[in-house]
Design a protein around this ligand. Structure first.
Ligand code: NAD
Length: 290
């Protein structure tokens, strides 16, 4: 296939390299000067999209996606597929879908989980929204860049799945961290707390697979001075997207709203910027009730 790839940053770069390594003809465009193994760089998004069977975008946010899509869609061949792998708001995904339909182009929103390690190892999970035809065209590429792709529904469903998952993740991480900090103050040993909770009804991915307490549970960013991993500012971005979606769908999400406020406080007013999102534990451990 001829593939146009736009946005070759931390995630997009290794994803594009994996497609090239698998034998596809990959033409890339990024605003920044980048060089990716096996990828031919060109000087605009439209140039990367011209004549491509598939165009993949991996961009920071919704307004950038909308601008890039406006440039790229008119340059795409009819029947080609635009696959947006960025994490953006559901409304932007649906707006881009409408523009592709008007132009006779297929669209899939396909945000990922798995982070930079998953992008370079080709082990991402894709959560996809779009028609069966669009998903069918994109699926062989998901196979190369990832280990699993779930077709979640119509356009926007991939972004919806991603932000609902990450809203649960943010809320659960905070609950796990505040419980460890309470356990400390009650004189309960952290290892004992882990041994009980990880096999009791308080268990979760944040406790069992990504324990925020250093030296306890499996290896995690807590064991590496809370270097990310999954950065607190990226968690804040996803929580904001979840609350933006909740607002536009009139959904009551009090825990998600509180998690957003706590991560905003941590990243913007405390020392959370550049730390892993599990560094909420040292934050709570230093605090009293006020
Ligand atoms: P990044 O900032 O490293 O990469 C974004 C790239 O897009 C940059 O190279 C930038 O120059 C380029 N870009 C910006 N505007 C552009 C434009 N108008 N035209 C062309 N290129 C443009 O970000 P990233 O970490 O690769 O993340 C990309 C997306 O993936 C984000 O939506 C993020 O939320 C999501 N995501 C990231 C991770 C992660 O662990 N980094 C995990 C899951 C999802």
């Amino acid at each position: 296939m001829k593939i146009g790839f736009i946005g070759l940053g931390n995630m997009g770069g290794p994803m594009a390299a994996n497609l090239a390594k698998a034998g596809h003809d990959v033409v890339g465009f990024d605003m920044a000067e980048v060089n990716i193994d096996g990828v031919t760089m060109v000087s605009s998004g439209a140039e990367a999209a011209a004549g491509a069977d598939a165009v993949i975008t991996m961009l920071p946010k919704g307004n950038i996606l909308r601008a890039v899509a406006a440039d790229v869609i008119p340059a795409m061949s009819k029947g080609a597929v635009l696959i947006d792998c960025s994490t953006v708001d559901v409304d932007s995904a649906r707006a881009v879908d409408a523009d592709t339909q008007a132009a006779g182009v297929l669209f899939v929103d396909a945000p990922v989980s798995g982070g930079i390690g998953g992008a370079s190892g080709g082990t991402l999970t894709f959560m996809a929204g779009g028609s069966a035809e669009a998903f069918g065209k994109a699926d062989p590429l998901f196979d190369i860049m990832g280990q699993k792709a779930v077709h979640c529904g119509d356009a926007g469903a991939g972004q919806a799945a991603k932000i609902c998952n990450n809203m649960i993740l943010g809320v659960t991480m905070i609950a796990t961290c505040e419980a460890f900090a309470l356990a400390d103050k009650l004189g309960l040993d952290r290892q004992k707390m882990f041994d009980v909770v990880s096999t009791s009804s308080g268990y979760s991915w944040t406790m069992n697979a990504y324990c925020p307490a250093p030296g306890v549970g499996p290896q995690s960013p807590a064991d590496n001075d809370y270097q990310p991993g999954f950065a607190a500012d990226l968690m804040l971005k996803d929580l904001r997207l979840s609350q933006q979606a909740a607002e536009s769908a009139d959904a009551d999400t009090p825990m998600g709203a509180l998690a957003q406020a706590l991560y905003a406080q941590f990243v913007e007013n405390e020392d959370g910027l550049g730390m892993d999102f599990s560094a909420m534990l040292p934050r709570f451990e230093k605090r009293g009730r006020e």
